[in-house]
Design a protein around this ligand. Structure first.
Ligand SMILES: [Zn+2]
Length: 259
């Protein structure tokens, strides 16, 4: 049993008629749990619908930093209503992306702070996206008291110093296909070193396919390649890594797939 702690299964990421077959291929690889992630209000609606009718799929709903310009009191209210659904296990993805800067930074910060507050009000953990903004991400999490809800640093791609501070806040580190790239030394170092009760694996499908599918469209079944590399880096059997990441997800969000 293996869980993909972060994947995109809706909208422009995956055609609706491909979802069942994609999940079936993943299940055939032993991947039985999927956290499907919404990136704006409309996508979050579709993710929630998918999660409520698909065994093994639960939802993370939010407004991605790329879409932060769409944030408004109306979006906050509509999102807040959806987040109350028991199939929603995380708030996000939210955070800061100063690499692409697709939304102005002040709007990213506003949407991020608001989603941290929603997570605290609903007592659900956060799903954090952070790129080229490590200091600001940690500062906002600290200022908003995100340690009260914890969450996932998704697609972990920072260094040990960042990891240490995120761990201090109670966050979990989720390793993606990047971890299988030989040149990702800092990330591989953290994957080997992080406490075993704080690590997760994910695909971020359809992005960032792991070796041996690097450069191709990613899908949740490929999370096993990342899990194998993380297990190897830590010197433990893959089956043990699968067990502990499944247990970690459950400890964080209260859900594990039933088989
Ligand atoms: Zn994502």
């Amino acid at each position: 049993m293996l869980v993909d702690a972060h994947c995109h299964l809706t909208g422009s990421y995956l055609a609706p008629d491909q979802v069942e077959a994609t999940l079936a291929r993943a299940r055939a690889e032993g991947v039985t749990g999927f956290i499907a992630v919404g990136t704006d209000l409309e996508d979050s609606r579709i993710v929630l619908d998918l999660a409520t009718r698909t065994p093994g799929v639960q939802a993370s709903l939010g407004v991605h930093p790329h879409e932060a310009s769409s944030w408004s009191p109306q979006v906050a209210e509509a999102l807040g209503r959806m987040l109350a659904d028991p199939a929603v296990r995380f708030v996000g993805e939210t955070g800061l992306d100063w690499h692409y800067d697709l939304s102005p930074r002040d709007e990213q910060e506003l949407a991020f702070r608001a989603q941290i507050r929603l997570a605290k009000a609903l007592r659900k953990p956060l799903m954090i996206h952070t790129r080229s903004a490590p200091e600001a991400t940690l500062r906002l999490l600290e200022e908003e008291g995100a340690d009260a809800v914890k969450g996932i640093i998704h697609c972990f791609s920072e260094d040990r110093a960042f990891a240490a501070r995120a761990l201090d806040l109670g966050f979990y580190l989720s390793f993606s296909g990047i971890t299988t790239f030989k040149k990702a030394e800092a990330i591989r170092d953290v994957a080997a070193w992080a406490p075993e009760d704080r690590i997760l694996v994910e695909t971020d499908a359809p992005f960032l396919a792991p070796v041996p599918y690097r450069g191709k469209p990613n899908e949740p079944g490929y999370v096993r390649f990342t899990a194998e590399v993380v297990a190897e880096l830590r010197g433990i059997p893959s089956v043990k890594l699968a067990e502990l990441t499944t247990r970690n997800l459950e400890a964080l969000c209260g859900w594990a797939p039933s088989s």
